[in-house]
Every structure is written in structure tokens, then in C-alpha cells.
Design a protein around this ligand. Structure first.
Ligand code: BTN
Length: 272
């Protein structure tokens, strides 16, 4: 990170982000993504920003993302386009979901991946990712939110549109948020390294093993309307493949997905 950034801007420089970047810790920010985008020209590849409390977190499709104090992980990483393959950048939100799913596996919490960037535990959303690009520099800010010690009471405020969970609610245990953040960063750099060496096809191969939508009838909402069909996995670039009810195959880079049926393979990590 540029040493000229005034120290007051960041509360503590602790430890490392991926690829020898700095890890900057803030007590409170409106949004780690917003701060990172505002300072993106001064951030090195792999600089990571974490906020203990985030007051106006951003989610996909202009939704809000709540991160109550020290109970949720709010983390953003700056990525430079000249340091990564274009197909890695194109699927970076999915790479973040994989990093969080692998993190949860380390905590013995068997999570699944829901296209495009969601992580599901026991049929409920536990984490999401939001990649935003600075058009002037071409740099990307990859934001990740994980409900760590979020309580059942907190969840009534979080993601009111969806059913959500946390590591605490799912397991009855509390966790060290900073430690969970360090594991996410390690898993992110590990999976990105795999995509850089094997190509983006590393993504669908991993995704298929943990796919929440596998075999589901789904509805894909785009700005122009919605399309219903059978989910057919990811293509080699991380796009969603849908076989419509008319039998055509459609590919989606970005959209919102909802289930059209409630039973099926995704129930496999539901508690018995
Ligand atoms: C989603 O599922 O809609 C994506 C949620 C992404 C939330 C994270 S929390 C850290 C980072 N900062 C933000 O303002 N948003 C992302």
C-alpha cells in the first residue's frame, strides 16, 4: 500500500493480505468495498481491508449488507488486472465463494456454493461476495461478507429477503472473526493460484462438488425479466448454464437466482 496514505485513514496495519499485501484493520467503516474503491489507486495488489463494524455494507443489486460489530467478517481485497488472468478476474466473485466454502470446511461446517457468489449452510445463506471495478484504473475490489458470530436476533435484520444463518447459529459455537478472515485470505490466494495455473476451468470442477443448485428447477432474474428452467451447472468461464422449459440452453454472466422447488439435492447439508 502507498505509504503516503495518512495514518489517520487507517486505524491499524496488521498482518498480511494475499501476495504480500497489507491487511488494514478499521474499527468502523460504512463499507470496506467503498473505502477500497475510494483508495484503489493507492492500494497494492493483495492489500486487504477489514472493518470490525460496517454500517452501510453493499450487497449485489444495490442491496444492503449488515455486519454487526465484531460478529461478522467484512473484508475487501484490491486486485490489479495486470497481475491476474482475464478469466480469473471474470470469475473472481465465484473464487471468493469457493474461498469461504473452503474456510467453512476447515471449521467442519459443510457449506455449499450457490451461483453466482453465495455460500449456503444448512439451506441458508451464510456468506456473499461482491466484486466492483474501478473503471479508470481497471482495478477490482473483491468484497466478502461472512456471518461469523451473528446471532439469531441479528439475523432478523440481516438479509430480510432471504433466509440467513451464521457459523454461531449453525454450530452453537463462537469463533475468532480475525482468524476466520485470515483463513479466508489464505484460501482465496490458494484458489486464485489454482485458477492462474489451471485456467478458469478449475472453477466448474470444484463448484460441481459443492453445488447447491445441482439438478434444481430455477428462475433466473435479469433486468429484462426472468427465465425458468433446469440448472445445468457452470461452463468453463463460470457462467450459469440454464436449459429453459422450451429446451434452449442459455448462459448467464450475472443474474439473481431463485429456486422453483424446495426439495432436491441441496437438502444434503440440511441437518438430519
Ligand atoms: C451479496 O451477497 O449481496 C454480496 C455481499 C457482500 C458483502 C461484503 S461485506 C464486505 C464488503 N464490503 C461491502 O460493502 N460489501 C462487501
Amino acid at each position: 500500500m502507498n505509504p503516503d496514505i495518512p495514518p489517520a485513514a487507517c486505524e491499524r496495519r496488521i498482518g498480511q493480505g494475499p501476495w504480500n499485501g497489507d491487511l488494514l484493520l478499521f474499527e468502523c467503516l460504512p463499507s470496506t468495498n467503498r473505502w477500497a474503491l475510494e483508495h484503489v489507486r493507492d492500494l497494492a495488489h493483495g492489500d486487504a481491508i477489514r472493518a470490525v463494524r460496517q454500517t452501510a455494507g453493499r450487497g449485489r443489486f444495490q442491496r444492503r449488507w449488515f455486519a454487526p460489530e465484531d460478529r461478522a467478517l467484512a473484508l475487501s481485497v484490491a486486485l490489479h488486472p495486470d497481475r491476474l488472468r482475464a478469466d480469473t478476474i471474470a470469475a473472481i466473485g465465484q473464487a471468493a465463494a469457493v474461498a469461504i466454502q473452503e474456510t467453512l470446511a476447515e471449521y467442519r461446517l459443510p457449506a455449499l456454493l450457490k451461483w453466482p457468489n453465495d455460500v449456503m449452510l444448512a439451506g441458508r445463506k451464510i456468506a456473499g461476495a461482491l466484486a466492483e471495478q474501478d473503471s479508470a484504473s481497471g482495478r477490482t475490489v473483491l468484497g466478502m461478507g461472512l456471518n461469523v458470530n451473528v446471532t439469531a436476533a441479528d439475523l432478523s435484520f440481516i438479509l430480510p429477503r432471504e433466509s440467513a444463518t451464521s457459523m454461531l447459529v449453525a454450530s452453537g459455537q463462537t469463533y475468532d472473526v480475525a482468524e476466520a478472515g485470515a483463513v479466508v485470505l489464505r484460501e482465496l490466494s490458494r484458489f486464485i493460484a489454482r485458477m492462474e495455473s489451471e485456467g478458469a476451468c478449475a472453477l466448474p470442477a470444484h463448484w460441481a462438488r459443492y453445488d447447491f443448485l445441482q439438478g434444481r428447477l430455477i428462475s433466473v432474474q435479469e433486468t429484462g425479466g426472468s427465465v425458468t428452467g433446469r440448472y445445468a451447472g457452470l461452463d468453463s468461464l463460470g457462467r450459469l448454464r440454464l436449459v429453459t422449459t422450451a429446451g434452449d440452453e442459455r448462459l448467464f454472466w450475472s443474474a439473481d437466482v431463485s429456486l422453483q422447488e424446495t426439495t432436491g439435492p441441496a437438502a444434503r447439508n440440511d441437518p438430519a
